[in-house]
Design a protein around this ligand. Structure first.
Ligand code: 5AD
Ligand code: SF4
Length: 469
């Protein structure tokens, strides 16, 4: 038996132990206890939260999104930018208040922010009412940590520096019945100079292809038609496996899974995007016509300081190659404004790339200084008002290209995966095109999880109104 199998069996034993505690709570309260998992940050964290929910459900908790009426609240935190940290402290303040009127309430924190020593020190000192703290590397120990939290009369803190373990076969609850995120790798080795991710998520580790394929096959049996393959840098998938393989090869294997209709992935680093991947995408019937290709900056000087390891010209050449081979692809990106030493001329270069790449959408972020990263130690941090001004310029450029792109498909018919009832327009549902654009059209809940052909009647902002054909 592998070490990991032993670990997952151990965790199932702890689930049984917590179950007994939950049973006792149920008898005392006359109802099952309620757990709330609040997620900050990226799709990786959303996926981790599904794992937390799976374990909580197996233990007998009712899952709710309502923090204020929960018996157990866990915050799965993000630390990629400072505003994500601030939000967590805001929520903690509210929880402190709640705990005064409900002393049985338990509060837990996990995720990327907990991998920072300064954060944990602050929590230990000033937030004594928190019951459980753990990090990204030992999330597979959640059941065991829950048990400790309910049986020890003190704050439980267990944060690991790193891990090379990948524990398979633990429970997971899905937010959607018809689509699911799948971790294909963990961590990042790139060390972009502004980014804290490599410090809080550790080194790159790829899951074995057979584990990934088996997980997807099981999901498909369970009704899943769309998967999102998750990794900080999916293009370097497989390099550290015992039998190395490329991301493109993995995609070919996943494509073969019968019953699976759509494949997405996130995130690609431009420096590692291979010709082989472009070919596999072009030939595929299932890989969605969407590529998220973070630019960060269009200025060679800033790209170098960011340690991105490509130039503006490399990036634009890559975009050309992709657009030539896959003309109907939608491109989206991430951009940072206000990196140390950035000037108006650097931003001009970024805007030039935005125009030339004609993005369908872009996430624009104000640079946030993360303690411990090389960029935080640079002595030429930008002035706040300058950054705000430049941010507006970038945002306007992005909106201009995005508006043009969305409008371009008006009048055509697209296949849409229906995701949910539209909350704003009665009698409407909302779905997603292969290229990731949202479409609203008349329909009811029976369509959820189905692929439907929809005529795109009118483009509005970044989405369409359409009708089923
Ligand atoms: N400040 C601002 N944005 C950042 N990102 C990562 N680190 C920082 C930072 N320190 C952005 C990058 C990345 C996205 C997930 O978050 O654009 O692609
Ligand atoms: Fe951060 Fe760069 Fe790794 Fe992305 S590739 S997670 S931006 S270090």
């Amino acid at each position: 038996m592998s070490e990991n199998k032993e670990e997952s069996l151990l965790q199932y034993e702890y689930i049984d132990k917590v179950k007994q505690i939950v049973q006792k709570m149920t008898e005392e309260k006359g109802r099952k206890p309620v757990a709330c998992v609040t997620t900050f940050g990226c799709q990786m964290n959303a996926k981790d939260s599904e794992k937390l929910c799976g374990i909580l459900e197996d233990c007998g908790f009712i899952i709710s999104e309502d923090e204020k009426h929960a018996d157990f609240v866990i915050f799965n935190t993000c630390t990629v930018r400072d505003n994500a940290n601030q939000k967590v402290y805001g929520h903690l303040g509210i929880m402190h208040h709640m705990k005064k009127s409900n002393k049985d309430l338990k509060i837990a924190l996990c995720g990327c922010m907990m991998q920072e020593n300064t954060v944990v020190d602050n929590l230990k000192k000033n937030y004594r009412y928190v019951d459980l703290i753990f990090g990204t590397h030992n999330i597979f120990k959640f059941a065991q940590l829950l048990y400790r939290m309910y049986t020890e009369d003190q704050m439980v803190v267990d944060v690991w520096e790193s891990t090379d373990e990948i524990v398979e076969d633990l429970p997971s609850a899905r937010k959607y019945s018809f689509k699911s995120g799948i971790n294909i790798m963990f961590g990042c080795n790139n060390f972009c100079s502004y980014c804290i991710v490599p410090y809080v998520r550790g080194r790159e580790r790829s899951r074995k292809p057979e584990e990934i394929v088996a997980e997807i096959e099981n999901l498909v049996k369970d009704g899943v038609v769309e998967v999102m393959l998750l990794g900080q840098n999916v293009n370097s998938y497989g390099k550290n496996l015992d039998n190395p393989m490329t991301f493109a090869q993995l995609l070919r294997e996943i494509e073969k899974i019968e019953g699976l209709e759509r494949i997405r992935f996130m995130t690609s680093h431009p420096k590692d995007l291979s010709d082989e991947l472009i070919e596999v995408m072009a030939d595929s019937r299932k890989i969605c016509r969407h590529l998220h290709l973070p630019l960060q900056s269009g200025s060679d000087r800033i790209l170098k300081a960011m340690n991105r390891r490509y130039t503006k010209e490399d990036y634009l050449k890559l975009v050309d190659k992709i657009r030539n081979r896959i003309p109907d692809i939608a491109l989206t990106t991430d951009i940072i404004v206000g990196f140390p030493g950035e000037t108006k001329e650097d931003i001009d270069e970024t805007i030039d790339v935005i125009k030339k790449s004609a993005y369908d959408n872009a996430f624009t972020f104000i640079y946030s200084k993360r303690t411990g990263t090389p960029a935080a130690a640079m002595d030429n941090q930008c002035d706040e008002s300058f950054v705000k001004e430049q941010f507006e310029r970038v945002l306007n450029a992005v909106q201009e290209t995005a508006r043009k792109k969305v409008g371009s498909l008006e009048g055509s018919v697209a296949e849409v995966l229906v995701e949910e009832i539209n909350e704003h327009e009665e009698g409407y549902v909302t779905g997603r095109m292969s290229n990731n654009t949202m479409v609203h059209f008349k329909g009811d809940s029976s369509l959820i999880g189905k692929l439907v052909n929809v005529k795109l009647l009118e483009a509005k902002n970044f989405y369409y109104f359409g009708e089923e054909v």
